[in-house]
Design a protein around this ligand. Sequence first.
Ligand code: HEC
Ligand code: HEC
Length: 351
Amino acid sequence: MVSLVLTSPFVVAQEYEKRSPPRKLTTAQAKVAEANYKKYCVLCHGEDRQGHVNDHAPSLRSQSLFESGVPHAILRPLSFGREGTPMGGYLDEVGGPMTLDEVWNLTYWLFEKSGAERVRLSTKPVYGDIKQGEKIYQKECADCHGKSGEGVTGPALGNQSALAHNTDEFIRYAIRHGRQDTPMPAFEDKLSSADIDNVTAFLRSRGKNWEMKKNILKALPTPEQYVINPDGKSPNFELSDGLYVSSHDLNKALVAKNKMVLLDTRVTSVWQTAHIEGAVPLPYYADLEATVKDIPKDVQIVAYCSCPRAAADSVIKQLRGLGYKKTATLYEGIFGWMNMGYPVMHGDVLD
Ligand code: HEC
Ligand code: HEC
């Protein structure tokens, strides 16, 4: 979408109309949704939906998010994820663990828990001076969101999947009102209405019509394929803090064709998109005892995620509890690994 420069000095502060609440869940649906939240989301978004537990995952209870974002600004990231961030897609259609009904119900459950009232936002574009918006962005926003919108302590505002899913008004509402009980300040008293529009237009101008890629789901590896290089030697890792192996050492072991098990502990949809060759999906929410019985205890196991370590650490700790001693977490995570130029396998993804 192209944002135009609006020259009129009369920018009227937006009045928002309240809307009736969306679909109400039955007790049974709410129970399932709560259980799904615990199983899949607590790791990063926290027990109480407070956010910022791991990876600066945003709050899932701030009023402004639920006022302006239900259902789509919740349903879409939850279903399809935000490519290139630790937020993976949970919908079965893209290789995730939840059905469409389940993601809808979890969306409404989060809304009910937030206690927010929905507001009606226009879907029309927000116009502004993109150049001026960029100046404001670099001055007021870049410390937390990154110079290029890559995300630091705040979410990646330049992320193509976020820009594709979030409307102009959704973005403007967040800037105006901030996100309650999080580091995101409300700018309505700090910036003029025109400058809020300018920075919104600047952010929008970064969108490149990202489209959800269609995953052709790859068959998941079977237990016989868990051990890679079964005839190779065992690697001899020196672990930092008794837990971490570096990307450098893991790569060396893979090149030397060492015998190992590599576990990708992220939500399965992102394994489908890219993973380290030979890695099998064992997501952080899997029933470990049922899954690992096929893995011999004497083989070196390395787990990784993009968190960069939270999900992998949680799996490794459980494995150690089950008697798996030769276990380690990849220190830099898979994004660190990729940034250092080490290879990944892409799933069968169509462009
Ligand atoms: C591995 C950590 C992790 C897990 C597990 C996770 N998320 Fe996220 N989530 C994130 C991060 C990080 C972001 C922000 C990404 C970005 O920079 O845009 C995010 C963003 C979101 C957003 C967008 C919020 C906003 O303010 O725009 C929603 C909604 C969301 N997650 C819901 C969920 C739900 C529901 C679950 C469980 C099914 C879940 N997430 C599991 C890390 C995670
Ligand atoms: C002190 C750090 C900080 C500053 C400064 C800051 N933000 Fe944020 N921002 C955050 C955090 C953290 C979040 C996520 C809050 C949460 O948990 O929901 C966020 C969320 C957002 C969101 C919502 C994203 C989504 O997908 O829900 C938008 C839009 C946003 N910020 C825009 C801006 C803009 C534009 C500026 C500058 C005018 C700015 N922010 C300044 C930290 C900051």
